[in-house]
Design a protein around this ligand. Structure first.
Ligand code: C2E
Ligand code: CA
Ligand code: CA
Ligand code: CA
Length: 279
């Protein structure tokens, strides 16, 4: 057993070394990824339950790695945040969404609202609202087409500072929503201090609908309370019709999830918009 333990240790040390080396390599590649134009966005449509039409898209970052192919964000977002690279990549995301909207506009398509995820580091960055204003203004995109998603923990870590930044983004005419709602610590009453438009119920509450009565009760209560505070509600991670029907019963406003659509490359969104009735 001792021998085995020693082998385990050596194996563990080797794995540690390999993990650290791999991370350093990933970090170096991420530093070059922007210049090399290896980032791209996929867009996941949201369905408005009342009208049955697409209410907008969420922009989701992807990394087209030269050897590994398309890498999902969970494998590199944390590194971008730790290294501070998320600031530059986050600005690229906003600019790319604007560029895409102008392309759709030039094609005469009905323009969807597009939601952009912000990270904690971006909220701490100097003059985030000014940066957003500059990028969007330079692109000539209508501010009302843009929405920003922030998590509860981002809002709660420094609420006073967050309120001020959000007020400024809101004053630009953009929408704001709380992402992954229910997974962090905040009360809806407290959230009322922020100029929010919508809550996105985290998919962990949606997953076991309609069977799990606790999740059903929580979801229904969150939707009721959100509505009484004049917030729209989006349910995340809706994967089947039974979940959709249940959410419809609670008057949920919008759903997003594999049931309606996976995140799509821009070209597939263009095709989707071509089929949509102009507003
Ligand atoms: P998120 O903001 O909560 O985005 C929703 C995630 O759920 C996406 O994963 C989406 O593909 C996935 N999803 C959508 N529908 C379903 C469903 O029905 N079932 C399941 N199981 N999953 C579903 P994705 O694209 O891998 O993104 C993961 C996370 O990475 C995002 O979570 C967000 O926190 C972060 N992220 C993505 N793009 C950006 C970005 O541009 N900037 C920042 N700061 N973070 C981003
Ligand atoms: Ca999101
Ligand atoms: Ca989410
Ligand atoms: Ca998330």
């Amino acid at each position: 057993a001792k021998n085995n333990g020693r082998n385990n240790y050596q194996f563990y040390a080797a794995a540690m070394h390999e993990g650290a080396a791999r991370r350093l390599q990933l970090e170096a590649q991420l530093r070059q990824a922007l210049e090399r134009r290896e980032f791209l966005l996929h867009y996941q449509p949201k369905l408005d339950l009342a009208s049955g039409s697409v209410s907008g898209f969420e922009a989701l970052l992807r990394w087209q790695h030269p050897q590994r192919g398309l890498v999902p964000p969970l494998e590199f977002i944390a590194i971008l945040e730790d290294t501070g690279l998320i600031t530059a990549v986050g600005e690229w995301v906003i600019g790319e969404v604007c560029r895409q909207l102008k392309e759709w506009e030039a094609q005469g398509l009905p323009l969807p609202r597009v939601a952009i995820n912000l990270s904690a580091r971006q909220l701490e960055q100097d003059d985030l609202a000014g940066t957003i204003e500059r990028i969007v203004h330079a692109a000539g995109v209508a501010p009302a087409l843009l929405e920003f998603e922030l998590t509860e923990s981002m809002l709660m870590s420094n609420p006073e500072a967050a309120v001020e930044i959000l007020e400024r983004i809101k004053a630009l005419g953009m929408r704001l929503s709380v992402d992954d709602f229910g997974t962090g610590y905040s009360s809806l009453a407290y959230l009322k201090r922020f100029p929010l438009d919508a809550l996105k119920i985290d998919r962990t509450f949606v997953r076991d609908l309609p069977h799990d009565s606790d999740d059903a009760a929580i979801t229904m209560a969150v939707i009721r309370l959100a509505h009484s505070l004049n917030l729209k509600v989006v349910a995340e991670g809706v994967e089947d019709i039974a979940q959709l029907r249940e959410l419809e019963k609670y008057n949920c406003n919008e759903i997003q999830g594999y049931y309606f659509s996976r995140p799509l490359p821009a070209a597939a969104c263009t095709a989707l918009l071509l089929g949509e009735q102009p507003l």
